[in-house]
Ligand binder design. Sequence first.
Ligand code: C2E
Ligand code: MG
Ligand code: MG
Ligand code: MG
Length: 282
Amino acid sequence: MAKRQGRNRFAYFAPAMHAGLVEKLDLAEDLRGAIERHELEVYYQPLVDLDDGAIVGAEALVRWAHPEKGYIAPDRFIPLAEETGLILPLGYEVLNTACRAAAGWRHPVPLRISVNLSPRQVQDPALVLYVRQTLLHSGLPAESLTLEITESLLSEDAEVAANRLAELKALGVRLAVDDFGTGYSSLSRLHAFPIDILKIPKPFVDGVAHGPEQAALARAIVDLAVALGLDVVAEGIEDAAQCAELRRLGCTVGQGFLFSRPVPRPQFDKLLSQGALVPADV
Ligand code: C2E
Ligand code: MG
Ligand code: MG
Ligand code: MG
């Protein structure tokens, strides 16, 4: 087949590849503009106490409504932002917006705000200063801020990452490993980093109510967290059976469509005023 197409193969594929590249560059240009014009939005997904549905915090998640292409998922534009370096201004904008929002939340218990950091941000020498200034200017107590890092950080370029995470930790913020168990990290490494929280990824939560074998991964993360003295947060809880099983395993905090989708700030404020979240049918 390949032989029959012979020399024309390159000529055949090149325009498609070119079109893909142009589209990507276009999108990157649009993203740059959107960041400059402050068009990106931050949504908040409640973190809840799995025992009573009380809101204990939120995860900040960026949203981009493209004027022509409509809503574009973070899984599509975050990798592009990382590739182009736009993740730095994007990430700082999200951090700033989220910390200001969280500093304004009035609630019986202090709420935590969780913000995702991309590996590229962790490599940025200005990160620690920026986080410090954001805390100062927003008035948010450091212990109310959780920074979510990716597991890959615990294996790549470990020295820079380890130093940076130690500096962040020294500010008093909490560090969470997002989607723990889906990337590569050695467990011995985990011990060498100043981590506070492991987040159980949605695929493991999906399996949790389907018998002991499927639940083994979530259970292993909870047990590891307990053994290392870390907190654990379950992600992507969609039904009551998953929630009950996670509680049985010893996981006390989670997030998911069962309780609430990520929502814009005014809606999150409304959820807060309602107190506990009643599980929804999804
Ligand atoms: P993540 O940090 O693991 O965030 C959790 C994702 O799971 C979010 O997707 C959230 O909407 C989704 N989710 C939560 N509960 C449920 C559920 O019950 N069912 C289902 N189907 N999904 C649920 P989202 O907002 O599309 O974000 C995807 C990823 O993009 C995030 O995964 C994170 O890695 C990245 N991301 C989002 N915002 C930012 C940001 O501000 N900075 C950086 N660096 N990355 C971000
Ligand atoms: Mg996250
Ligand atoms: Mg996650
Ligand atoms: Mg994810």
